[in-house]
Design a binder for this molecule. Sequence first.
Ligand SMILES: Nc1ncnc2c1ncn2[C@@H]1O[C@H](COP(=O)(O)OP(=O)(O)OP(=O)(O)O)[C@@H](O)[C@H]1O
Ligand SMILES: [Mg+2]
Length: 359
Amino acid sequence: MRAAGPRPRARPRPGRAPAESGRALSVVRGSVRPVDNDAVTPGAGRAEEPPDDTPLVEAKALVKRFGSVEAVRGIDLHVRRGEAFGFLGPNGAGKSSAMRMIGCVSPRSDGELRVLGGDPDREGPRIRARLGVVPQQDTLDTELTVRQNLQVYGRYFGLSRASVRRRAEELMEFAQLSDRADDEVDPLSGGMKRRLTIARSLVNDPELLLLDEPTTGLDPQARHLLWDRLFRLKSRGVTLLLTTHYMDEAEQLCDRLVVMDGGRIVAEGSPTELIARYSTREVLELRFARSEHTSVSESVADLAERVEVLPDRLLLYTAEGEAALEQAHARGLRPVSSLVRRSTLEDVFLRLTGRSLVE
Ligand SMILES: Nc1ncnc2c1ncn2[C@@H]1O[C@H](COP(=O)(O)OP(=O)(O)OP(=O)(O)O)[C@@H](O)[C@H]1O
Ligand SMILES: [Mg+2]
């Protein structure tokens, strides 16, 4: 879990926008693409757009090393304009490392990368001006108010005072923080800070939004609200790139996703395709006394294509869950509880990584 208290970070200086690492990244006025001062509708009226078929993110054999640790081990990505693309993977899979390279705040160690048609090494400031970034860790200025955080960030992007003021009000409304506008950030709840970070990422009307675990720490209502807002942004043409541990989030939001493990992409496709390729139509969940799980798993092995033994239950992967349950009963097995359900991404994940995402 993230620490709830404020994290020390360098105070940003005018003309510089805070990077996710806490260090300042230069968005020097004049060297960034001029931002339309009145732009409030994401996806509208863009200048210098690459042609529609240009991928917004394209990576080939992309690598990130930290000393001897290879966090990203040669991944290929192709993110099209207007789609919602997800990275799913366990802790340490390399999701944030990949996102930070795409966000142009962490140079690649090897391979090729193009973001919004440009080279992050040479065109970082121009690309960053057109990105919205929600880092995994909030980097808000905790001594400023909610409104000031949005206004200061907007000024980094060269927006006029009047449009920054208007944009801040809209975004507070968006994040349901209008009633906290004049409160300092420090005492806000973790979920409110997260919502403010997300609002802040939209200040420059980005065409590509990078969201690293956007809803971790949000309550269910706030998550659903955010999904709705992200869906609306997407329908207005904003491309979304997100990481998540939540399978339902990936299923709800992502047109396509990659499953990462140990720095590599181990599967790629739409949620439906992944389920069809890596799981069975149905899953029979059986609970027995814990001590019986291993022995029972042997006696039901032939009833399913695959059996997983989890700490609290057995999962039988089969096209016909009810039929498998009847056969288990016919063999005299008496589970404490049973459930037949459809396969989900959680099952795909378990199959591919050998781990469940329950932490
Ligand atoms: N700045 C860094 N310096 C050294 N090692 C790093 C750094 N950032 C990441 N790593 C290492 O790279 C690997 C991948 O980390 P990364 O943060 O990309 O994973 P992740 O998939 O985002 O995990 P999580 O789900 O926990 O956020 C880990 O072994 C991590 O320790
Ligand atoms: Mg991460």
